[in-house]
Design a protein around this ligand. Structure first.
Ligand code: 3PY
Ligand code: MG
Length: 262
């Protein structure tokens, strides 16, 4: 059996526009629906949604037949948790709140087998290696892992160039909500100062030759961030889509039928 190549890593290298969705419903069934919806990539969120390796595994299996590329966001930088995600077959990780080159270096080591890193080796018992069926998995795994760091604080911005210079960091993704909070503008991702910081960060990331990404829900602003250098853009989340559509339906019917508007 051949080692599956990381298509998303290749697409990021080409810098062709990749439109994604954050997935926080923790459901294999809804993941399968989303995998058929036309997004280029789907981020299974283990930071702000109650996911764990078992729930992520079910979602990987549900989306496997479809072309949407899967990315997993762990809750933190824990090398043991990262090892579990890699062992179940996650090839692309987006790690939140990376603030220094030292943190980025530690993450690169967490995703690589020795001697380049510290990932524990157990290829005959892990899904990623088809339980021993991919004979050269250990030799090729490092190359097929894609590490995306999230830059979402003042400190991360200050150290951006050093973080991007870390060999093994493939891309950086800006988190506007945390960045706004760190800049003293909690809840104001669209604040002019935050926007200017995002523009500058995207330009600096793209100038390194690595891919730049951002979360943005307004189409015009997304277009603008694309012009600043963003090539992978998350445009929303499944929980908000469901909540907003459900609230709209409930309110339109309670209005029409004379019920009380909530
Ligand atoms: C943020 O905005 O802080 C995120 O992590 C995702 O967009
Ligand atoms: Mg964040």
């Amino acid at each position: 059996m051949d080692m599956p190549g990381n298509v998303f890593k290749q697409l990021l290298r080409q810098r062709s526009l990749q439109i994604g969705l954050f997935v926080g419903l923790v459901s294999a069934y809804s993941m399968e629906i989303l995998a058929t919806a036309g997004f280029d990539w789907l981020l299974i969120d283990g930071e702000h949604a109650p996911n764990n390796p078992a729930t992520v595994l079910a979602q990987l299996q549900a989306a496997a037949p479809y072309p949407a590329q899967l990315v997993v966001r762990p809750v933190n930088h824990d090398a043991a948790l990262i090892k579990q995600y890699l062992d179940i077959g996650v090839q692309t990780l987006l790690v939140p709140m990376v603030e220094t080159a030292a943190e980025a270096t530690a993450l690169v080591r967490a995703v690589r087998y020795p001697p380049h890193g510290i990932r524990g080796v157990a290829t005959s018992v892990v899904r990623a290696a088809h339980w021993g069926g991919i004979e050269d998995y250990a030799q090729r795994a490092n190359d097929e892992i894609c590490l995306i760091v999230q830059i979402e604080s003042r400190q991360g911005l200050a150290n951006l160039d050093a973080i991007m210079a870390v060999e093994g960091v493939d891309a950086a993704f800006i988190g506007p909500a945390d960045l706004a909070a760190s800049m003293g503008h909690l809840g104001e991702s669209g604040h002019a100062e935050v926007k200017a910081a995002i523009e500058n960060a995207l330009q600096r990331i793209a100038a390194t030759g690595k891919a730049a990404g951002v979360f943005v829900t307004e189409p015009l602003l997304a277009r603008h961030y694309r012009d600043c250098g963003a090539s992978f853009i998350a445009v929303g989340g499944d929980t908000s889509l469901l909540r907003n559509a459900a609230a709209k339906l409930a309110s339109s019917f309670s209005r029409t039928t004379g019920g009380t508007e909530k």
